[in-house]
Design a protein around this ligand. Structure first.
Ligand SMILES: *Cc1c(COP(=O)(O)O)cnc(C)c1O
Length: 418
């Protein structure tokens, strides 16, 4: 589906695949090791929290056994860690108990009192709260970049900036930002660029290859893909990973059961994402001509400039589509009640299609003025497209929008810039 990322050698024990091995093959064969697991094709689940070591072993010695205590590392987490590392094309990776666990460890480990962080204002609500709290408690200064300023990295980043944090596509308006431009601006002042790649997935976009220093994921979303596990990941150079909670003292670790499930989920990631890309595109086009829909948000559709950036840095546009209903909050309420397959729930990236209303879910903690500044209106709906039949989803949406006029074309609304 996509080109193979530039690879670095795997950690000891894992077979090295040829450089040309593509992502879909890496998902299946990327964590093979000849010396382990009695030849089992599926890596087993080790539930043990503790591991035997030789009586003469002293932790002060340089030759530590591979495992001591599961919080510090366990064998079940190794295959998914290795697969995610390869997909993003990083030198090292570490898994966490959730996306927020990964983000909290990254910020807490890399930032010091007085450091300036430049962060986009339209990021995941939890990340925004985390950065605000760090600002209060740890003396970190956060400079928020609002959508109107997001095209001007040079104005946002200054000599005092230590870290730049962004998401692209953003949540929920799916704006696309020039990762290369932000990377070189961060670089010019010696700051790190950290990109949350949850929405795009490494199959559609690889920030490290575009100049980012670290990639973070909520693996609870697409990487897990079945809405049944929580996990987070950080991928980047070894020298940075060594600084991010290397001793797992912050405690957000992926437990063996979730690691096992994540490993299983990753095998179908390429299939799921390809289908979600396709379904989302079909749905975005269908919604664009629906007369109850005022505007459709889809990566690259916000402006001609964003389309150029998306075409350059993404190989697929992902499975998220947002749209504004002309009838505002009332129309949203009626729409949600009429849906048949698409379920009303927060979160995203699973095999099932889900809708949520950002005003009431991800952005409920913001006041009305702040939501307006971010472009989040009362009629906004966010759709995470699943792997069902596109035609069935389109029919479900059309019927829920306006039961008797769904197939009639409405006035033109902003859409692809061709
Ligand atoms: C869900 C999400 C997070 C937080 O991840 P959890 O796994 O819920 O802790 C962070 N960033 C983005 C973009 C998300 O969608």
């Amino acid at each position: 589906m996509t080109e193979a990322p530039k690879q670095r050698p795997p950690p000891a024990g894992f077979d090295r695949l040829p450089e040309w091995t593509g992502p879909a093959t890496r998902l299946i064969h990327g964590a093979r090791r000849a010396d382990r697991n009695a030849g089992a094709v599926v890596p087993p689940l080790y539930t043990s929290t503790t591991y035997r070591f030789p009586p003469e072993f002293s932790p002060a010695e340089p030759h530590e056994p591979p495992y001591l205590y599961a919080r510090e590392g366990h064998p079940t987490a190794e295959p998914p860690t290795e697969i995610i590392r390869q997909l993003e094309g990083g030198e090292a990776a570490r898994l966490f108990g959730s996306g927020m666990g990964a983000l909290a460890a990254t910020f807490q480990s890399l930032l010091r009192p007085g450091d300036e962080v430049v962060a986009f204002a339209d990021i995941y609500g939890g990340t925004r709260s985390l950065l605000s709290e760090l600002g209060g408690a740890s003396g970190i200064r956060v400079k928020w970049v609002y959508p109107e300023a997001a095209r001007f990295p040079h104005e946002a980043v200054g000599e005092a900036t230590r870290l730049v944090f962004l998401e692209s596509p953003t949540n929920p308006l799916l704006s696309v930002h020039d990762l290369g431009a932000w990377a070189s601006e961060a670089d010019s002042v010696g700051a790190l660029l950290v990109v949350d790649n949850t929405f795009a997935t490494p199959l559609n976009q690889r920030p490290l290859a575009l100049g980012a220093d670290l990639v973070v994921h909520s693996a609870t979303k697409y990487l897990g893909g079945h809405s049944d596990l929580m996990a987070g990941a950080v991928i980047g150079p070894q020298r940075l990973l060594d600084r991010i909670d290397a001793h797992r003292a912050l405690g957000s670790v992926l437990d063996p059961w979730s690691a096992y499930l994540l490993n299983r989920s990753l095998k179908t990631l390429a299939l799921r994402v390809a289908r979600q890309n396709e379904n989302a595109r079909a749905i975005a086009h269908a919604l664009r001509v629906h007369r109850s829909v005022a505007r459709v948000y889809y990566p690259g559709w916000n402006s001609a400039e964003e389309e150029t950036i998306a075409a350059r840095q993404m190989t697929g546009r992902g499975g998220m589509v947002s749209f504004d209903l002309r009838g505002g909050a009332e129309a949203v309420r009626r729409f949600l009640h009429r849906l048949r397959f698409v379920e009303v729930a927060s979160s995203l990236g699973g095999v099932e299609s889900l809708v949520s209303v950002p005003r009431e879910t991800s952005h409920r903690r913001l006041d009305a003025a702040e939501r307006a500044r971010l472009g989040i209106g009362d009629g906004l709906v966010r759709l995470s497209v699943g792997i069902e039949e596109a035609a069935d989803l389109i029919r479900d949406l059309n019927e829920a929008l306006e039961p008797h006029s769904g197939d009639r074309a409405g006035p033109p609304v902003p859409g692809p810039v061709e």
